[in-house]
Write a protein that binds this ligand. Structure first.
Ligand code: AGP
Length: 614
């Protein structure tokens, strides 16, 4: 999720573009760059790090005045946050400049084609490949619009592309597929951007672009066509948000925005994971498959929400690979003198990639000669840099302290790791792996179903806003969901909440149950041995003692609904994948309780987004 700006108009383009990038820095901030068209052609300045580094670069190496250009603030997906990987990227001759937001799934085959033609890439990004493809079309005489049309048909994946041609003064051209792009309509000036935050200071008149559309802007015109050249229907609208609301896309909190970004984040994390031979491909998995076949123990190490993701990973990875999996709190791992050998695979999970407890665990594991795979959402962070291999989630920056899209995309990465290990070790046949990956691919749509039906969740939050205690129960993969649901409520509403294994209740915690106590119970799908029936029994146990049961179960589960004071139905998915759906209403509930009670949901008291001290 990067920040993109295009500008053409009467203003100094550098000023308009840099100010727009600053307002979108929350969308990605590991590098930034700008390309301007002037009498020298296209001049590019780009730097790793915050936008301040780019501003300094522009002061040190000024660009000649321009009224046309593009800019980018990056959240790295392919290729770490370095100067050469920063956008904009140029084609081989420097005739065309381009910025990109999204993931090009077929970048490997496109790169191979370019290499075969003698093109030497300057970066490790999928985006630079597109710049070369686009420039090739321009160099044979096509207009920038026609060149864009011919380029996008070669691409698979999600992308917003914004480009300039050194020999086409006065225009900027863009294309959009499954990644945001909006036009800002000014007076003798036009803007293109990932979101309205970048140009809201200059104009509140906008045009939302739709799927598979190409747009050409000049200072006074906006022309929109479909990828196939046919005319496009567009939707002009007036922006009445303030800047802060614009940065949250109209949501009240980044957390709420990020909750609703999860279906796309999950879909993006799955992009590009299936190779041409329909085999699972984890392109950042740089551990030799022969070594992975010798692994006889896996230890998952993480903190907080990431630890809860690890608990779920255990069930999936053990079931698919038959390798024993331990899950350890990062802050405990190295102090218990763990048994780690060269045939142990240590898997760390960290959204930020900077959590000190987890980083120390990585170092300890490597001192014990174990291979370390990191699951991380931050390209180029310390933990992936110090690991042997990495599986990046593609959730985009997670701004809210409370992790939501970080969690669900971590689950996807854990599932991918488990299926990859099963595939190379032969404990799952290729068709079984494919079927499960296809099931993963359907989760995004099912997440939308859950997020489209939240009236009951919001209503219950209103009813329980003053409740002082909550219990969360679950079994199997529902147990970590209970832990995560309790953590969400604790950390943003400061309300006491505890998660328990449902079967553990009778060994003590059931003494807590009293009349009216709200108890969330995550019920597994039917058909999993006696798992389902035992959890229904647990619901009866707590209800018989006055507990108020809020039951999350498969749609149509009448047995579970029979003992529910409140029933939240979930779409039908395999047991192991249910956490991706079950956590959603619990995230929304926690966010709503905290909002109703006037808390700062995005920056809860006493907490930091990344705990970089032990
Ligand atoms: C989760 O909502 C919290 N913000 C916290 O538990 C977090 O998950 C934990 O600190 C781990 O952070 P990491 O994923 O960046 O390593």
């Amino acid at each position: 999720m990067c920040g993109i700006v295009g500008y053409v108009g009467f203003q100094d383009a550098q000023t308009a573009i840099v100010s727009g990038l600053k307002r979108m820095e929350y969308r990605g901030y590991d590098s930034a760059g700008i390309a301007l068209v002037n009498e020298r052609g296209i001049e590019v300045r780009k730097k790793a790090g915050k936008i301040a580094n780019l501003v300094q670069e522009l002061e040190d190496h000024p660009i000649a005045p321009s009224h046309q250009g593009i800019g980018h603030t990056r959240w790295a997906t392919h290729g770490g946050p370095t100067d050469e990987n920063a956008h904009p990227h140029l084609g081989a001759t420097g005739r065309v400049g381009l910025v990109h937001n999204g993931i090009i799934e077929n970048f490997a085959s496109l790169a191979a084609g370019l290499a075969a033609d003698g093109v030497v890439l300057r970066s490790q990004t999928d985006s630079e490949i597109v710049a070369h493809l686009l420039e090739r079309e321009v160099l044979v005489g096509h207009s920038l619009v026609e060149a864009m049309r011919r380029t996008v048909v070669q691409l698979r994946g999600a992308f917003t592309l914004v480009a300039v041609d050194a020999q086409s003064p006065g225009e900027v051209v863009a294309a959009r597929r499954s990644s945001p792009l909006v036009v800002g309509v000014g007076q003798s000036e036009m803007f293109l951007a990932s979101d309205v935050a970048s140009f809201i200071a200059y104009t509140r008149e906008a045009i939302e672009l739709g799927q598979d559309q190409i747009v050409r802007i000049t200072p006074d015109t906006v022309e929109v066509t479909m990828f196939d050249g046919t005319s496009a229907v567009t939707r002009p609208y007036h922006i009445d948000w303030d800047l802060s609301a614009a940065q949250k896309d109209g949501y009240d909190w980044f957390m709420r925005k990020e909750i609703f970004e999860q279906p796309k984040a999950v879909a993006d994390t799955l992009l590009g994971r299936i190779g041409a031979d329909r085999q699972l491909v984890l392109d950042e998995m740089r551990i030799d498959t022969a070594h992975l076949r010798t692994i006889d123990a896996i230890i998952v190490v993480a903190a907080g929400t990431a630890y809860h993701a690890g608990l779920i990973a255990k069930y999936a990875i053990e079931h698919w690979t038959r390798i024993p999996v331990e899950v350890e709190l990062a802050s405990e791992f190295r102090y218990r003198d763990p048994i780690v050998t060269s045939t142990t695979l240590v898997v760390t999970i960290s959204q930020s990639g900077e959590t000190a407890d987890t980083l120390m665990a990585v170092r300890h594991a490597r001192e014990q000669h174990a291979k370390v795979v990191s699951i991380c959402n931050t390209n180029g962070a310390t933990i992936p840099r110090e690991s042997d291999a990495v599986i990046y989630t593609h959730a985009g920056p997670e701004i809210a302290v409370a992790s939501t899209k970080g969690f669900t995309t971590q689950l996807i990465a854990c599932y991918l790791l488990g299926l990859y290990l099963a595939q190379i070790r032969g404990t799952k046949f290729g068709d079984e792996v494919q079927r499960l990956v296809e099931e993963l691919g359907s989760l995004s749509g099912k997440m939308d179903e859950v997020l489209d039906d939240l009236d009951g969740v919001l209503g219950l939050a209103e009813q329980l806003r003053d409740a002082e205690d909550f219990l969360f129960l679950g079994r199997h993969v529902g147990y970590p969901v209970a832990l995560e649901g309790a953590l969400k409520l604790k950390e943003i509403s400061y309300t006491h909440a505890e998660g328990f294994a449902a079967g553990e209740l009778k060994h003590g915690p059931i003494a807590l149950v009293e009349k009216g106590l709200p108890i969330f119970i995550v019920v597994p799908p039917k058909g999993r041995d006696q798992l389902h029936d035992k959890v229904v029994s647990n619901i009866q146990e707590v209800r018989a003692r006055g507990g108020r049961t809020i039951v999350l179960a498969e749609r149509g589960d009448a047995d579970a609904a029979a003992f529910a004071d409140v029933f939240w139905p979930l779409p039908i998915v395999p047991t192991l994948f249910q956490p991706v759906l079950a956590i959603l209403p619990l995230q929304v509930f926690a966010c709503q309780i905290a909002t109703l009670n006037g808390h700062d949901v995005d920056q809860p008291r006493n907490l930091a987004k990344s705990v970089t001290v032990e």
